[in-house]
Design a protein around this ligand. Sequence first.
Ligand SMILES: [Zn+2]
Length: 314
Amino acid sequence: MSDRPSDSLSYDTFGLDRADRQRKDPQWVAARLHARDSFLIPVWRDHNLILPGDDDHAPSAVTLTGDHARGTLHMARDVTFLGQREGRSWFTADLSDQELFDLTPIMGRAEFLDLRGCGAFMDPFEAAMLAYARGMLFWHRRQRFCGACGSPTEAHHGGHKRTCGNADCGLEHFPRTDPAVLVLITRPGPEGGACLLARQPAWPDKFHSCLAGFLEIGESLEACARREVMEEVGIEIEDIVQVQSQPWPFPASLMVGMTARARTVRLRVDTDELETARWVTRRQFDDLGSLGIVLPRRDTMARFLIEGWLRKET
Ligand SMILES: [Zn+2]
């Protein structure tokens, strides 16, 4: 297994073979599901089974194998094939129909937790697999009925396609990913220049990030960045660069990280969207605490963009 490349951010399932050809064969999928060495990732209502960390240990994913995995399948509504790694298969099972009490036999000391609270501290491959599992099962739960005719749908291709059961319709539904842009806006100036940080009222206390928004139909990523920035803080941007992308299946996004330079600096903050937005100079990053600013977690695209800018020569 080669090392994880430097452009692979958190929640990228690097190293996983998604076995696109084999997963279309139901017999192959069934055989892999019942193989004793296959892994099963349990998911309950968008929460992953995780052994919480402590001072000496990082949090870790709980995966089921062998009899433990097979004994869980009867409780699952959907079981989806995720991929192959080092000759072993990975599946995920949706246990959301069960009450938490009924799952205590498989939980042990582990808990069903929101991955967003602990993924940054976990092994990158484990965190990516839990995110992938959670995202796939979220899609299944919301795709039970055909959007065209309302008939029930059935899963195929190891869970990577749902087909409408109405013979007159037969529409195929595939997992979807919604692109969102994150833009770190910078401007030159004293104290090493500045970047724009903002916060939404619903965010945790002091939490600040760069600007973000969802792509609309008929819009390029760059046009989306220009529109979101103009809507939220009223400035024009230029030199828009796509830096990196990151899977963000919470529940179904792809984050496209961008940088841009401000053409104008006077902010006109849309207070329906943002509580505040402000320029923060490079020097002020030495003591963000005194400004009452907390940065996004280190598993996020926003943090990646901010740290990339801070590392640049001024
Ligand atoms: Zn249909």
